[in-house]
Design a protein around this ligand. Structure first.
Ligand code: M6R
Length: 366
């Protein structure tokens, strides 16, 4: 049942080229520069005139929401707020009939996310769901939605469901942009052609597995670890940190790289590994100066870099390459090595990776 893999988590990490392909199937038309999302088609007109979107979720799904915020604002130019479902529901939030709420949940059974949906629905908002489990409670509560089609996820640590959620949010961002006319057809052709090739690039990222294992061996005995990124690399850093803490029990934190100097920099010494998302995109130069700040304090730098990078390689202790891609697709690619890194560290520490202590696959209590 684990398909020859030692753990479900590893199997699910390796399934990602296929799960992302399944998630896009019948939804993207690169040659025409079109996205079709049957699940929310009925609301196509409404999407032209909405003032804002509120995304509600918990845990890893909330991280996917942060990536969604970046993409929807960038391409569809609709303001987005991303809320922890548990905070949102207890706050008497301001919601109107003009709002669209997107609830993201792998299991479709998370109690706080369900309660947030019920509240927003009462106040008249339109609710979209992004779920993995067909027929679960959340898809039954929403007005419309888009399934992630990642297939059953058994490992408690979410991996392929996360990248499928990010894929759906990418499609939603492009779909909304298409409806609102904030994107040209030629730009859509360019983006969708590239998106179509992302599964292959994920396959290439998986080929760094042996190198990642070596890096894991070097940092497995750490008690703390920092993950830093900018732009859409920030939610990737948060997700990398969550993965490491939940399965290896190493204390890890994700931060926007520029926030390091406002506090976490005090933690850095030769015992502290710092994982940077340092790919070649709009924030590359800025991230490089953050790496210098860490090296000046003798921190151990592990960097996720674009294939062929030379600058970061001069400074970092370990570099893990991912294929070059448009910034929009960076979260999909940069997440893969971080999943593998936490997996190997957890295995080396003798942890139960598929069923970490104190955690359940779906959190049905409030
Ligand atoms: O099923 P959901 O996506 O609603 O679950 C939300 C969180 O409980 C979940 O993502 C959790 O953080 C995972 N264990 C992360 O790997």
């Amino acid at each position: 049942e684990k398909g020859g893999f030692e753990h479900f988590m590893l199997k699910e990490i390796y399934e990602q080229p296929r799960s992302i392909k399944d998630c896009m199937r019948g939804r993207i038309y690169p040659e025409e520069g079109k996205v079709q999302l049957g699940g929310i088609k009925e609301f196509a007109e409404k999407l032209k005139n909405i003032d804002r979107i509120i995304i509600v979720a918990c845990g890893t799904s909330w991280h996917a929401g942060l990536v969604g915020e970046y993409l929807i604002e960038e391409y569809a130019r609709i303001p987005v707020e991303v809320e922890y479902a548990s905070e949102f529901r207890y706050r008497n939030p301001i919601i109107t009939e003009k709002d669209v709420v997107i609830a993201i949940s792998q299991s479709g059974e998370t109690a706080d996310t369900m309660a947030a949906i019920e509240m927003a629905k009462e106040k008249g908002a339109t609710i979209f769901g992004i779920c993995n489990v067909a027929g679960a409670s959340i898809p039954r509560l929403t007005h419309a939605g888009v399934y992630t089609h990642a297939g059953p996820e058994i490992g408690v640590a979410s991996t392929k469901a996360f990248t499928a959620q990010v894929t759906v949010l990418t499609l939603m961002a492009f779909y909304m942009a298409q409806q609102k006319g904030t994107i040209t057809t030629s730009k859509m052709i360019e983006l969708l052609t590239e998106l179509d090739n992302i599964p292959e690039k994920i396959q290439m990222s998986l080929e760094s597995n042996d190198l990642i294992k070596e890096v894991a061996a070097q940092i497995k005995d750490s008690t703390n670890c920092l993950f830093l990124g900018r732009g859409s690399g920030f939610p990737v850093a948060l997700e990398g940190a969550l993965k490491l803490k939940e399965i290896s029990y190493i204390h890890a934190e994700g931060y926007p790289a520029a926030e390091m100097k406002h506090g976490p920099i005090a933690l850095i010494d030769e015992e502290m590994p710092v994982v940077f998302i340092a790919t070649q995109n709009s924030s590359y130069e800025k991230v490089i100066s953050n790496i210098q700040e860490v090296k000046a304090r003798k921190g151990k730098v592990i960097a996720i870099v674009t294939q062929g990078d030379t600058e970061v390689k001069k400074m970092a202790d370990y570099c893990i390459e991912i294929p070059d891609a448009n910034e929009a697709f960076l979260p999909l690619l940069a997440t893969i090595p971080l999943q593998l890194l936490s997996y190997h560290i957890a295995v080396m520490r003798g942890c139960n990776v598929d069923q970490p202590r104190n955690l359940a696959k779906s959190v049905t209590v409030e």
